[in-house]
Ligand binder design. Structure first.
Ligand code: FES
Ligand code: FES
Length: 141
């Protein structure tokens, strides 16, 4: 159907011109870095978020993926999705959501899992560096 073609186009578009490729200084306190690998294939993804501590929102995001086209498209799509999101909302993104948007076939589901793992890992790295932000988000003082 036309819809499937459009969505397939989205996958190819993110694969051939990925958004937000690059890296940030991981020693900065407001940068969270996630580095994850896919056990199924050995592909690796690095995702970094810059967080505005006032609002706990993601103000910038960069990625580098050493892997297949679906993993590159998944991470590119994810970077556009999470920009401007709160850490809480970004932590709730599921790989099935990404796979559905990009029309990934079942055999490529683990590629979108890499993107979910990467954003979770970046958030948790940010919280490790900023324990105060973590306690505030969890309803503490
Ligand atoms: Fe072939 Fe990931 S297994 S690119
Ligand atoms: Fe392994 Fe895509 S084939 S991440």
């Amino acid at each position: 159907s036309t819809n499937v073609q459009l969505t397939y186009h989205l996958l190819l578009d993110h694969y051939s011109s990925p958004r937000n490729v690059g890296s940030m200084d991981k020693t900065l306190n407001d940068v969270g870095t996630g580095l994850v690998g896919a056990p199924a294939c050995g592909d690796v993804m690095k995702l970094q978020i810059k967080v505005d501590p006032e609002t706990d929102t993601i103000s910038d995001v960069k990625f580098k993926t050493f892997g297949c086209g679906s993993a590159i498209a998944s991470s590119s799509y994810l970077t556009e999705l999470v920009r401007g999101m709160t850490l809480e909302d970004a932590g709730k993104i599921r790989n099935t959501e990404i796979a559905r948007e990009l029309c990934l076939p079942p055999v490529k589901l683990h590629c979108s899992m890499l993107a979910e793992d990467a954003i979770k890992s970046a958030i948790s790295n940010y919280y490790t560096k900023n324990p105060k932000a973590a306690s505030t988000d969890l309803g503490g003082t």
